[in-house]
Design a binder for this molecule. Structure first.
Ligand code: Q46
Ligand code: ZN
Length: 309
């Protein structure tokens, strides 16, 4: 039995699965995310959310392959890659693997040090670009990510605290294919972390439980903790905050997101879309690939180092 206060009910394994299937189907329908004919590429990290959404999509009859990117973040990456490979092997699913060090000559700690970007910025840029590239080159119709309600509510909370209108305007569960970018969707926006952990438990999915060591002490986790404290006092507040935003606020911001899209050029090196001459990813690879490898401990914040040791 799992207790879900926001639904004011306890769920057995069968009803929990029904709840998850229904909520995923509602998100997919409401936002026209996927069709049964689509070839889907799931961005998998080895954590519960991405493995759960891959499992849910395959179970629902969708044609979904996985893509895992080895980020070179110490033991965390070694472990998470193992979980993804075992998941795919056990179920006979197609998994593509990109290893930043082997395939591009760098890893995230080194890219962070070489470019002066915070590690999550170097990581986000690398992941976005490589998922987009793999989807377009592999002929996929859509990229699925495992962002859940807790993730999206925390991002919304941060964007709202800063009144970052451009980010708010782009914080949508579907980004249509445009300007050389593939379509991207988030079918787990109606489901929480707790529900995804429960899905994995009842479906026998092993996943990497540790967070990325670089995440320790970051703002995103602090926003999650704040929202959890509000949710504990007022069950349902988190979904009202995020789903209410999508329903009532996002339509008002639609003009901003169209204005922010702007005109893009083709990168002189890779040909992919960029606002300048050479895209940010090519510039990152150029600097990071010639830099001496940097161990993950060197790029952890003080708080993260404490949690890691
Ligand atoms: S962005 Fe940052 Fe995550 Fe990359 S460096 Fe770790 S915490 S894995 S989703
Ligand atoms: Zn480029």
């Amino acid at each position: 039995m799992i207790d879900l206060p926001r639904h004011n009910a306890h769920f057995c394994a069968e009803h929990l699965q029904q709840l998850c299937r229904r909520q995923m189907a509602k998100a997919v329908d409401d936002f026209d995310m996927l069709s049964m004919e689509d070839r889907i590429l799931v961005a998998v990290s080895g954590g519960k959310d991405s493995l759960a959404i891959w499992d849910m999509l395959v179970e629902a009859g969708y044609r979904a392959d996985g893509l895992y990117i080895g980020l070179g973040i110490g033991e965390y990456s070694t472990d998470s890659g193992g979980y993804v490979r075992r998941f795919a092997e056990q179920r006979g699913l197609t998994l593509q693997v990109i290893d930043l060090r082997d395939d591009y000559g760098y890893d995230i700690p080194t890219a962070s040090r070489a470019t002066g970007r915070v590690p999550c910025s170097a990581c986000g840029l690398s992941k976005r670009r490589l998922f987009d590239r793999a989807a377009l080159q592999g002929g996929y119709d859509v990229v699925v990510t495992g962002h859940n309600l807790d993730d999206e509510a925390a991002v919304l909370f941060g964007n709202t605290l800063r009144w970052d209108i451009e980010y708010l305007a782009r914080q949508l569960p579907v980004l249509p294919a445009a300007n050389g970018f593939p379509k991207k969707v988030k079918p787990l926006i109606r489901l929480t972390e707790r529900e995804m952990a429960a899905w994995c438990l009842v479906r026998g999915i092993d996943y990497v439980v540790e967070e990325c060591p670089i995440a320790a002490g970051n703002k995103h986790l602090a926003y999650k903790e704040s929202l959890n404290a509000i949710e504990a006092r007022s069950p349902g507040a988190k979904s009202a905050f995020y789903l209410g935003f999508l329903d009532r606020m996002a339509p008002l911001l639609a003009g901003y997101s169209a204005a922010a899209a702007g005109q893009l050029n083709s990168c002189e090196r890779c040909g992919e879309p960029t606002t300048g001459d050479i895209c940010a990813f090519c510039r990152l690879v150029e600097k990071a690939a010639v830099h001496d490898p940097v161990p993950v401990e060197m790029v952890l914040s003080k708080r993260a180092r404490k949690a890691y040791s």
